[in-house]
Each structure stands twice: as C-alpha cells, then as structure tokens.
Design a protein around this ligand. Structure first.
Ligand code: C5P
Length: 222
C-alpha cells in the first residue's frame, strides 16, 4: 500500500491529468490538480476586469477571490466565489490568460501556500502541476516528470477536444508550444524537472501503460 506524496509535473498535453487521476484512484490516494487552481485564479482575474500585465491588480483580484478546489480523484470541485467553474476553466479565454496570471510571483505565493495546506494531512496524495517537485513539495516520496513529443501532445489534445481538421490541430500545437515556452521561461518557478525526478516519456505509451509505470514506481518507493 502506498502512503506519501507523488508529484507529477510536465508540459501541457502529455495526458498528465488523466494519468494523475488514475494513479490516485489505483493507489487510493487523494488528488490535487494545481493547474485547476491557476485556472480558477484566472477566472477571478478576468471577472475583475483588470489588465493581465498589471501584476499588482492581478494579485489583488486573486487574493480577493474565494477559490475552492477539491482533492477527490473522482469528483473534483472547482469553485470561484461559490460558483462552479469546472467547464469555464477549460475554455479558450481562460487557457489564453492562465500563463501570464500564473507568472505573477504574488499569485504563486498565495496558491503554493494553499496547495501545501490542502496536501498536508493527507496520507497519500498525487499532486499535478509544473513546479510541484521543484517548489511546492521538494521532499515528496516520488517525483515524476511526464513528457511526450510535441506532435503526440497536439494529437492527444485534439482527441480530447474532438478536433480532426489538420489546420486546427496545427493551431493547437502552436498553442501548446506558446504556453510551454511561457511556462519554461518565466523567472519564478519555471517548468523543469526536479533533479531527483524520474522522467517518463509517454510518446510511445498507451495511457494505461503510463499509469502502470507510475503505480509501479510508487509502490517501489515506499
Ligand atoms: O495543467 P494545466 O494546463 O491546467 O495548467 C494551466 C496553466 O497553469 C499552465 O500552463 C501554467 O501556466 C499554470 N500552472 C503553473 N503551475 C502549476 C500548474 C499550472 O504555473 N503548478
């Protein structure tokens, strides 16, 4: 039986969320989607109507909002000021704005503190994001960095969205690249593998194979 913390970091479109949720279910662990927290924070910023490059106003809008994210692998709760935003956080408007919002250091400080609160006290938890192994939980039991080739990531994202038009798939690929560049180049907590992370390349793996690999690593780590 697994107890401890598993961090799952990596770029967009690797299937990270599905893998993290299934690993959590198989291990009977809690699950925290930190991307959903940054996306919920972005909803608060958009609704406050502040300019995305006004870092002070962005941080103020985030700290003024009540952001609730569940830690259940089955039914995640994502609410901003009591309103369910699970659909809205996956939309294009939020996806476009989330990288600049999450690059603001004061926003990260707020959300990282909340992430640690949510995770502390859980016997077993899988935490998914970009900086979980490097910043949020540096002493985690097992750190995974999940990658896949850019082509495969664009294909998987297209599959999730039901997109088949090659031009639209190319646009999705460009979008992923732009977000990964932004996330990797930011000064505060850039996307990168922790030194002690196990890098799992899922390019040629079916989702179940990736899940099985992570579960095996987890059971080995305790
Ligand atoms: O994982 P997801 O695509 O939902 O994350 C959305 C965005 O939130 C990422 O592109 C990144 O800008 C930000 N993020 C972050 N740190 C995390 C999780 C997400 O900066 N731990």
């Amino acid at each position: 039986e697994f107890s401890g913390q598993i961090t799952l970091d990596g770029p967009s479109g690797t299937g990270k969320s599905s893998v993290a949720r299934q690993v959590a279910q198989q291990l009977g662990a809690h699950y925290l989607d930190t991307g959903a927290m940054y996306r919920a924070a972005t909803v608060a910023v958009l609704d406050a109507g502040v300019a995305l490059d006004d870092k002070v106003a962005v941080a103020r809008a985030v700290s003024a909002a009540t952001i609730e994210v569940g830690t259940d692998a089955r039914r995640e709760k994502v609410k901003v000021d009591g309103v369910d935003v699970r659909q809205r956080i996956r939309g294009a408007e939020v996806t476009r704005a989330v990288s600049p919002v999450s690059a603001v250091p004061a926003v990260r400080r707020l959300l990282v503190a909340r992430q640690r609160e949510l995770v502390n006290g859980a016997d077993a938890v899988v935490v998914e994001g970009r900086d979980i192994g490097t910043v949020v939980l540096p002493d985690a039991t097992l750190k995974i960095y999940l990658t896949a080739s850019p082509e495969v990531r664009a294909q998987r994202r297209a599959g999730q969205l039901g997109v088949t038009d090659p031009d639209k798939i190319a646009a999705l690929a460009a979008d992923l690249r732009r977000r990964d560049d932004y996330d990797s180049r930011r000064a505060d907590s850039p996307l990168r593998p922790a030194e002690d992370a196990v890098v799992v390349d899922s390019t040629d793996l079916a989702q179940e194979e990736t899940v099985a690999k992570v579960v095996a690593l987890a059971l080995d780590a305790v």
